[in-house]
Design a protein around this ligand. Structure first.
Ligand SMILES: NC(=O)c1ccc[n+]([C@@H]2O[C@H](COP(=O)([O-])OP(=O)(O)OC[C@H]3O[C@@H](n4cnc5c(N)ncnc54)[C@H](O)[C@@H]3O)[C@@H](O)[C@H]2O)c1
Length: 299
């Protein structure tokens, strides 16, 4: 098959391209705002393009499938920047859908997030829970899902939506593990932790995540959560990072239940639906975190 991966040079996108190119012809479409060319193997064709701009039709013209990952991946850009989530995640996704439809792409895989469920969902959260986001990032991911459903319904395009927990791995360039390592490299004596350290979430290594993407794509069902079966709190992550760096820092907390405005302090997804399709994550939250710390320290 001929597959385009938007955001293909990014953290998750590049791992996905590596996997897909084992069996398919893969084109990574990326504006390199955070993605890196060196993330991609030679066999993957690279097209530098911003999904907000016209011209996607030509790129998608001969493609059977589009995996759409390009987005503003930062969860807390709003309200400092009031436009970015809207521009990248809604306008960008609309362009991708429109170009896919006019190019007769048969299938779209949309990358959504656990944050679409908001903070009041039952835990573990099943796929049929209400979408009730509390951040602009979450709102635009939920909006992206709905736009995908409309295009799928009206134009008869196959659709898969994956809602990801916190995905971690050695190519992380942001997130709590990356931040802790860098803070401790700057000052090994003290670690400042956002919130009270009790925010508890599910973390999954990117290798398991990519297997999950493929399994979800192969299924004839539409919406899947991808995460680990358990969760870990921020204090637990700090301990693993300190242990792997052989440090005993003093912890200082900024306070409050949330790391930032719009943060969902507890998240764990039900992954039964994808497990029923035959997928099993190899890692739990703490082994995903530990493997990532080791990979980041080796980088
Ligand atoms: N990492 C996570 O924990 C996580 C969790 C839930 C959902 N997601 C979603 O997964 C996807 C990938 O995230 P990631 O963590 O790999 O982040 P990332 O920043 O590494 O990847 C995003 C990629 O998209 C590219 N991009 C951004 N805007 C673009 C544009 N306008 N045109 C073309 N390319 C553009 C970037 O250069 C980058 O290569 C995103 O949609 C993100 O919202 C990630």
């Amino acid at each position: 098959m001929k597959i385009a991966v938007t955001g293909g040079a990014g953290f998750i996108g590049s791992h996905l391209c590596e996997k897909l190119v084992e069996k398919h012809e893969v084109t990574a479409v990326d504006n390199f705002s955070s993605g890196l060319r060196e993330n991609l193997p030679e066999k993957v064709e690279i097209v530098e393009h911003d999904i907000k701009e016209k011209g996607l039709e030509e790129i998608f013209q001969d493609k059977d499938v589009v995996f759409h990952l390009a987005a503003n991946p930062k969860v807390n850009t709003f309200p400092d920047d009031r436009d970015k989530d809207f521009d990248e995640n809604l306008e960008g996704t609309h362009n991708v859908l429109d170009a896919a439809e006019t190019s007769n792409v048969e299938e779209i895989i949309f990358t959504s997030s656990s944050v679409v469920y908001g903070e009041d969902a039952e835990i573990p959260t099943p796929e049929d829970a209400n979408l009730d986001p509390i951040s602009m990032y979450g709102a635009t991911k939920a909006g992206g899902e709905h736009m995908c459903s409309v295009y799928s319904e009206i134009f008869d395009i196959d659709l898969t939506i994956v809602r990801l927990a916190n995905i971690v791995g050695g190519r992380n360039q942001k997130g709590v593990i990356y931040d802790f390592i860098h803070k401790l490299k700057d000052n090994p004596e003290k670690l400042v932790i956002l919130g009270n350290g009790k925010q508890r979430k599910s973390y999954l290594h990117v290798e398991d995540t990519v297997e999950g993407f493929i399994k979800a794509w192969e299924s004839d069902k539409t919406v899947f959560n991808i995460g680990s079966e358990d969760s870990i709190d921020v204090d637990g992550i700090a301990e693993i990072v300190a242990e792997e760096m052989d440090l005993e820092p003093e912890y200082e907390y900024t306070g409050g239940e949330k790391g930032w405005e719009g943060d969902v302090p507890e998240m764990r997804l039900s992954i039964e639906k994808l497990k029923n399709e035959g997928w099993r994550p190899e890692h739990n939250s703490s082994s995903s975190v530990r493997k990532t710390v080791q990979e980041l320290l080796d980088r």
